[in-house]
Design a binder for this molecule. Structure first.
Ligand code: ADP
Ligand code: MG
Length: 235
């Protein structure tokens, strides 16, 4: 185990009987491994959310934080593009209202106030543990590419740089990364870096069962990438 912070977060989740890290815990863990996570903090009241928005910097995104909710947007638990204290207050209350109606039994820890990251090409990087091969890393493009077309590639952990580079090139929609219809080519170096760091993480921390970074915003060449949503499930 590479860090006390990672250990502490995982032990704390276990003690609370949780198998899912809360989103801000997931970012804290991923940051230790050098992954590009957004600024974020947990708010328990609307006023706390306003304070955090100032330190995170407008515009912000608010998201419900609950170990019982897997798809936050399905229950009205994500509101993006908030530009002022009054919008943040309103969104905070709206999220509690939505979740109260659509997931009344969910235990809600609070609301995540997160930096709104610029739009990019949405990609997905994940990890799961195969009973035979051990941890695997998955890569695909976001939205319909993964959900409908199942256009993904896999590699066994630990990944080499060559593994990371070739798994990016082998999805059917790989050309999209090169730029198309006036879109700029994407920062594949940043993507390789994410794949290698995630490999390192799941190799190090054997309690991690699944990781889902969905979406990661991938920017133009030289501009890097930013994770916009992270889910970490413990075994
Ligand atoms: P879900 O649990 O529904 O997957 P997400 O955290 O992925 O919730 O949020 C839903 C969508 O909102 C994302 O797919 C992304 O398009 C957008 N989004 C979420 N967080 C951010 C952010 N920090 N900056 C910009 N867009 C975001
Ligand atoms: Mg998501």
């Amino acid at each position: 185990m590479s860090s006390d912070l990672v250990r502490r977060i995982i032990n704390n989740a276990k003690e609370e009987g949780r198998y899912k890290l809360l989103e801000h815990e997931a970012y804290d863990v991923l940051r230790v491994y050098g992954l590009p996570v957004p600024n974020a903090g947990l708010a328990r009241s609307a006023e706390e959310a306003v304070k955090l928005s100032e330190s995170v910097g407008y515009p912000v995104v608010l998201k419900v934080v609950s170990p019982d909710i897997v798809h936050k947007s399905d229950v009205g638990g994500v509101i993006v593009g908030l530009n002022s204290p009054s919008e943040v207050r309103e969104a905070f209350n709206k999220i509690f209202k939505n979740v109260g109606e659509r997931a009344p039994n969910a235990k809600v820890y609070g609301v995540l106030v997160q930096e709104m990251v610029p739009n990019g090409l949405e990609v997905i990087v994940g990890s799961t543990r195969d009973p035979t091969f051990g941890p695997l890393i998955l890569f695909g493009l976001g939205g319909i590419f993964v959900e409908v077309l199942r256009d993904v590639s896999f590699r066994i952990v630990p990944l080499t740089r060559y593994d990371a580079e070739t798994m990016i090139g082998e999805i059917k929609s790989a050309k999209i990364l090169e730029g198309y219809r006036g879109q700029a080519p994407r920062d594949k170096k940043a993507l390789v870096d994410i794949l290698l760091k995630l490999s390192r993480f799941v190799e190090d921390v054997s309690e991690v069962k699944d990781v889902d970074l969905n979406p990661i915003m991938l920017y133009e060449v030289g501009r890097g990438a930013k994770i916009a949503d992270a889910r970490i499930i413990l075994g």
